[in-house]
Design a protein around this ligand. Sequence first.
Ligand SMILES: [Zn+2]
Length: 253
Amino acid sequence: MQYIDKSSLIYSSRFNSISNRLLDTNTNSYKDVGDADRAAMKDVLRDEQNGFCAYCMQSLITGTNDHIIPRSVNVRRFPALIRQGNYRHDIVHTHSWSRAVHISANGQVKYYPHDIAYGNLVLTCEECNSRKDNKEIKPIFFNNPTEVSYNADGKMKMPANAFCEEIRAYLNETANCKWRCLWYKAQNAGVTDVQICNATDKIARTKLLRQIFGREDLTVDQFRLANDSNWNLLVSFRWFYHYFQLSAQNGLR
Ligand SMILES: [Zn+2]
């Protein structure tokens, strides 16, 4: 898990140069976010997160915007939520927060400040975004990375925190643990991430799998890992190779 510092001046200024243009000072509301602006905002978040989903650490090609404080939460509850310590104080778009109204003159709901506030957005994969949904949980990426760890079986360990439960359950589902465990085994067997990413055909992949599992006679399920869809998923969780490599170097396991 990587810590995401939502108070970064580098990324907030890049992001706000886009979102500031969307604030209509005449009507005190946000203009619609067009495709180009939305893509540019995602680019900033993707750079900030080194290209990984904020929750599952999967490599993102496009990614979806996840709102830390859900869009559905009424802004009147913000002060209470921030007081509870579950969210950063700078979530609200500081330049517009005091001015932007939330209902336009014709009664339509316009963009809330936290809809497009840098401090309230992270990029996630679609699966993590839909699992989180509009739950008011403390994002796990606010935890110090040393407080979050992964076992050899791929299980993820997090500090006891009631606000993480929904996401914790998803991140520890068997399917997610499987890919992490494979990277653990690869690292342990001396198979590198570069070798795995460069293995484009089944023959090369099967050879690596034999090395990873330490056996010539792979099971049917192990053979299936060489299929394009499985291999691409494994590659997308490449971050874990470096995680386990560093853990081994630091003697953390
Ligand atoms: Zn994800």
